[in-house]
Design a protein around this ligand. Structure first.
Ligand code: CUA
Length: 180
């Protein structure tokens, strides 16, 4: 029993039990399988997003987001009047995270591709697109860029899934996907 000290003081020179060798071998093979499945799933399983990240100052990101919002605003939503923004298909679209909102609301066209930029104004937030299974950590100082092509229309929520303080649970954003 393991709670007693080993009877043979130099236990590490004892031959390893056969079943243990077998388990080590199985674990090794499985680790190697999973290792090679990572690039395979990335390419063939659509499991990971092909995203890019660039350094950016939060002020610069905020400015770009505000410019886009001012230019393509089509309405307002909610009690706080968050702008609903419909940028042209194929363009660069911005959404920023800050305490405690995702801003602005984006309106995208189904079947069109966009370069979606995400960044934080203060500290780390989690971008979780519901009901899709897309999760990204959004950091201040980094512009996270991903190419998105919505395949179904409807309303998608952006939920913050990194604890970011007292208002964390209220940090919900929205993306509308509309048919052309
Ligand atoms: Cu932002 Cu939690």
């Amino acid at each position: 029993m393991a709670i007693f000290p080993p009877t043979k003081r130099v236990w590490w020179n004892e031959p390893v039990e056969k079943s243990e060798v077998l388990w080590i071998f199985i674990a090794l093979i499985w680790a190697l399988v999973m290792f090679f499945m990572m690039p395979y799933w990335h390419i063939n399983g659509s499991q990971n997003l092909s995203n890019e990240a660039y350094r950016i100052r939060p002020e610069v990101f905020a400015k770009r987001t505000e410019e886009m919002a001012a230019k393509y605003k089509v309405g307002e939503e909610g009690d706080t009047g968050v702008p609903v923004v419909r940028p042209p298909a194929g363009s660069d679209v911005y959404m920023l995270g800050r305490l405690w909102e995702w801003w602005p609301v984006l309106e995208l066209e189904k079947g069109q591709s966009y370069r979606l930029h995400l960044s934080s104004m203060d500290w780390m937030h989690g971008f979780s697109l519901q009901p899709e299974n897309i999760n990204l950590e959004i950091h201040p100082g980094y512009d996270m860029v991903l190419t998105v092509t919505p395949t179904s229309s409807g309303e998608f929520s952006v939920v913050c899934n990194e604890f970011c303080g007292i208002g964390h649970h209220t940090m919900v954003g929205k993306i509308h996907v509309v048919d052309k």
